[in-house]
Design a protein around this ligand. Sequence first.
Ligand SMILES: Cc1ncc(COP(=O)(O)O)c(C=O)c1O
Length: 424
Amino acid sequence: MGDPVGTAMWNPFANMATLAGHAITIVRGEGSTVVDAGGREYLDALASLWYCNVGYGRTELADAAAAQMRELAAFQIFEYYTNRPAEALCRRIAELAPVPGAKIILTPGGGSDAVDTAGKLVRAYWRAVGEPTRQVIISRSHAYHGMNAYGTSLGGIPLLTETFAPLVGQVEQVPWDDPPALEKTIELLGDSKVAAFFCEPVIGAGGVYPPPAGYLSAVREICRRHDVLFVADEVITGFGRVGEWFASGRFDLDPDLITTAKGLSSGYLPIGAVIAGQKVAEPFWRPGSAEVFRHGYTYSGHPAAAAVALANLDLVEREQLIPKVAALEPVLARALAPLAEHALVGAVRSGTGLLAAVELAEDARAADPTLGQRLVLAIRNRGVITRLLRGVALQVSPPFVITEAEIGRIAEAFAGALDDVARG
Ligand SMILES: Cc1ncc(COP(=O)(O)O)c(C=O)c1O
């Protein structure tokens, strides 16, 4: 549905030459369904951008924002100041995180703020402990760490990084599935040069790649051996998406830092958090230390956003949504598995909570570079919203409140659209 009022909007990742005036205006949502300005309903197979875990239309979250705004909408937390919702949220996250003695840095936007905060924090940490030459951060091919400067520089999707390189220096990349390559890179650089390894436990925007068996324990051990900080980017996986509160818990990662956002508030207001373990916090918190992490944002610790995040975590707990994700993991896998037989499909990846992707066959993509986008539209014509990841795979990451019947409808829409497109 075209909306002429929308034509001043320059959309992210969009070719405005063709899109301007043709964007779909979403006006409301309920559960896993959103509705456009023309009244058409869509089942949202994405939970928006991997974040609307509790589903749409949760009035209790709107009420939490309104109540907090009436009392204190916002006040800064630089230096001396704090506020009750932000304090309570930090305690809550520290209790939930599989990180003993965690300290929490609240970030005001999405995951990009958390990633850039973590990137600067690892640099500040090594300087504080007297190893300032440890500056290199290593990431993986297919990685997505957001769109701020550090995150863009650490990204492993060439289309998203090449335009801007070089941006932040002192970054290296290793193949996403190759622990020996990580160790070799650290050894070539020398331990004294390497600050951290950034790792999505399940690669998300790069195409939904669950970790190969043994991969995460191997890279965790390599980082330990070389005293390289292990940063788990849980912007997608944090707060339940893999059937536990954190992927770091599910895969026993014992990370030095965790970056989060999205599921912290289910996106009802923007907020994120960096969870710091004792090792990283210690030089800054030790009694008598003069070290200061000189970093923060105007809206860090925003009380209305923190109140919404607290209400969201309450809801996730009260409705037992994380065990529900665990129970739906095999349901989603079973529903999507038959798609792998289709001639246009190369692989179906699933098996880590409510995270899956349908990868298109390489020969079919080569024969028709528009295949992916045509499928996205064909699936939308069948009432389901998905999108294309890295030009190769269709994303499935529904809200936690999705029903088994709705998962079936997603699979049906994918199968029908694949047939529609195959017929031409
Ligand atoms: C793993 C990961 N890190 C960071 C980000 C950046 O988050 P945002 O777009 O909210 O800034 C994303 C976004 O999808 C992500 O998936």
